[in-house]
Design a binder for this molecule. Sequence first.
Ligand SMILES: C[S@@+](CC[C@H](N)C(=O)[O-])C[C@H]1O[C@@H](n2cnc3c(N)ncnc32)[C@H](O)[C@@H]1O
Length: 420
Amino acid sequence: MKARFTPALFAHAEAVLGQLLRFDHPADAIVSRYFREHRQLGHADRAFVAETVFAVLRRGRSLEARCAGRLTDRHRLLVALAITRGWSLRELAPVLNANEEGWLAAAKSMAEADMPPAVRCDLPDWLYERLLTQYSADEIIELAEALNRPAPLDLRANTLKTSRDALLEQLAAADIAAVPGQLSPLSIRLRDKPALAKHPLFLGGLFEVQDEGSQLLGLVVEAKRGEMVVDFCAGAGGKTLLLGAQMRNTGRLYAFDVSDKRLTNLKPRLARSGLSNVHPVRIEHERDTRVKRLAGKADRVLVDAPCSGLGTLRRNPDLKWRQGEESIAELTAKQTAILDAAATLVRPGGRLVYATCSLLTAENEAIVDSFLARHPDFALLPVSTVLERQGVAFAGDMLRLLPHRHDTDGFFAAVLERKA
Ligand SMILES: C[S@@+](CC[C@H](N)C(=O)[O-])C[C@H]1O[C@@H](n2cnc3c(N)ncnc32)[C@H](O)[C@@H]1O
């Protein structure tokens, strides 16, 4: 159902945008809180508000250029509706003042090609400049366009309870249109975005929502039955659950994290998944004594490191405006420290996987290269070989997933082996 566009609905979008543009909290948290506080807003109204304010976050700089100095939340929203949704003056009539019509027509007619490249790509200058050291200007335009589109909804079949084919049949029976994913053998892509939180197939633990690219980060660990595996930065367990299923619910799987809240969010997911081999452990920091006790004992360690999250701009467009050179420098220091600490857990002959959802070489290849230079007892295993065993064709030594090339979020992974 389409929302009825009224001045009152527009005012809600304006109020939310005002909060978002302070950039003091993650955008999805601000939007969810606003909806909790305004329960009178129905499903269609919420969708309108969320999509419109997210359009302003995604296309922030080019919309601002079109605003031609009228930089109020109201004007940003009007331009967003006209440009990203293609709304006409007639459709905007319920809120448009007569003296804004000429201004909006001029905003619409502005050519994107005339804007400076970083503005056209809706990227902050520092990020555009960094990407320019990695990709051609033409490829950055493609990448930016892909990052500015909303992400599809992917599921991961829980192989402890079902198979991908069986789940596809169950989804079809429940009238949920779905196709197998292109990369991960566990992945299913939904055509639409149905609410799944109360669906019996979800409550029964047959699937989790997980981007197809994120599934590959878990698959390169190749966790096996009976092993001791550590998910060093487990968070709410997106990858822990995949690792546990790969281990067929045997062996020991430690889920470390410094965040109590995230580990608490892992618990209901564990209960649905049917896994009983997972041991969540809250650590103070990467040098915690609970970490040190496992020195040299783990068969496999996954470091899904805290990162800028710039690969997830399809879902979290505010991240590009909330970070800068300084936050990247802090993150790379943290990533180095965590990878060094995690490496001490790996037994000789064991595996260490370093992964991020960042697009930046500084958080990805540079961390791995510097680690290998300092740790001659580790060597890089080509990710192509590892993924081939999992039935995934992928060229290259390290895994780099990009929205415009692979239709996933941006991800990185390197597989390292400790020499026997
Ligand atoms: C990219 S997120 C992990 C996402 C998670 N693996 C998943 O698939 O859902 C990074 C995590 O690292 C955690 N973290 C930050 N500093 C850490 C540290 N020193 N040791 C362990 N975990 C840390 C954060 O709390 C966050 O949950």
